[in-house]
Design a binder for this molecule. Structure first.
Ligand code: NAP
Ligand code: ZN
Length: 353
């Protein structure tokens, strides 16, 4: 075991504070990683606040982890001390079921092990995430960060990036696709950049009039205000693919009606109830309403490589570890442009009282 300094919550809505944790001793196929940066996902806030009614406390969030290798177990072949690496939302899975065999470890039939608020497959102990000084992860789940990718900017790709990349690839978004992104936040702004990089014609649908200029600067070709009934009506039947990143219960019908023939609406944001869907809206135009859960290890590596090659980079605000509670309250007020990333060098021992 190694002693680890983390930053987490002891109860729902409790402020995050420094806490001491233990990381397991290295198993044969484990990699130990000193964490340099960790992105702040809206899921971290949901989990801390027990929005999904499954949080086990203490909870140390963080699944957009970038750092370097400090030690490897004897069976590790792909990494050595000093390598720049990353970890996303998964730290283990059965690696035997059909989903794992298809490189979709996030869909592991036995349930993948989440980076935090998960259970270690061997000991049953609670997993703790990347708001910490180091982490120990099974080699299969460790990603390589290309040299040409700024490690600070790589962090949000590990969850926000892969969550939007997977459906873009699965549904063949590319040149000529008329695509819309609902919600310009951490996930949404990366969907815009990746959609543009893949050659799609990208529209942002936002609830925030103040984000129109930003959306265009990020590369979107068009912006629609979701509150603008006339403009929304005018866009009816016009999109091939819509990615919906709204982080809470909402009505998808106004977005379904924007899909043209065989159009797909993929919900990634609302891990929650949705308002009832009108069957007539689905049936007309042969529309599909689908969901998508993060992505597997191979796809995440492909995304890191793609972003390095094409320099598709998130817009990030670097914060200190002690700023995290304010960052969560800003996230709640929709005041993030467009991802917080924690400089883990600012994680310090609690001061004695
Ligand atoms: P975020 O940075 O807070 O962005 C969410 C965006 O949604 C906001 O910027 C805002 O954009 C819009 N929005 C917020 N509240 C809204 C409301 N009440 N009505 C309409 N629009 C609203 O969050 P994120 O980190 O991108 O995460 C988004 C959601 O995805 C979270 O619920 C998170 O848990 C989930 N998630 C899912 C997966 C998965 O595997 N499916 C993976 C990661 C995260 P505008 O101002 O432009 O409207
Ligand atoms: Zn996330």
């Amino acid at each position: 075991m190694t002693s680890c300094l983390g930053y987490g919550a002891r109860e729902a809505y409790g402020a995050l504070a420094p806490m001491h944790l233990e990381r397991r001793a290295l198993r044969a196929d484990d990699v130990a990683i000193d964490i340099a940066f960790c992105g702040v996902c809206h899921s971290d806030a949901h989990q801390i606040n027990n929005d999904w009614k499954n949080t086990v406390y203490p909870c140390v969030p963080g699944h957009e982890i970038v750092g370097h290798v400090t030690a490897v177990g004897p069976e590790v072949t792909r990494f050595k001390v000093g390598d720049r690496v990353a970890v996303g939302c998964l730290v283990d899975s059965c690696l035997q079921c059909d989903s794992c065999a298809a490189d979709e470890e996030q869909l592991c039939v036995q349930g993948p092990t989440a980076t935090y608020n998960g259970r270690d497959r061997q000991t049953g102990t609670l997993t703790f995430g990347g708001y910490a000084d180091h982490i120990v992860v099974r080699e299969h789940f460790v990603l390589r960060v290309p040299d040409t990718l700024d490690p600070f900017l790589a962090a949000p790709l590990l969850c926000a990036g892969i969550t939007v990349w997977n459906p873009l690839r699965k549904y063949g978004v590319g040149a000529g696709t008329k695509m819309a992104v609902v919600g310009l936040g951490g996930l949404g702004h990366l969907a815009v950049k990746l959609g543009v990089a893949l050659g799609a014609e990208v529209t942002v649908i936002t609830s925030s009039p103040g984000k129109v200029d930003d959306a265009l600067k990020l590369g979107a070709h068009r912006v629609l205000l979701s509150s603008g009934a006339q403009a929304m009506q005018g866009a009816a039947n016009s999109f091939d693919f819509i990615l919906d990143t709204i982080p809470q219960r909402h009505d998808t019908n106004p977005y379904l009606m924007l899909l043209g023939r065989d159009g797909k609406l993929v919900v990634v944001g609302a891990i929650d109830l949705l308002e009832p869907v009108h069957g007539g809206l689905l049936i007309r135009n042969n529309r599909t309403l689908a969901g998508s859960l993060i992505g597997g290890v191979r796809a995440t590596q492909a995304l890191l490589d793609f972003c390095a090659e094409h320099q598709v980079l998130p817009e990030c605000e670097l914060i200190e570890m002690g700023d995290i509670n304010e960052a969560f309250s800003r996230m709640k007020k929709n005041d993030v442009k467009y991802r917080f990333v924690i400089d883990m060098a600012t994680l310090r021992e609690p001061t004695a009282r």
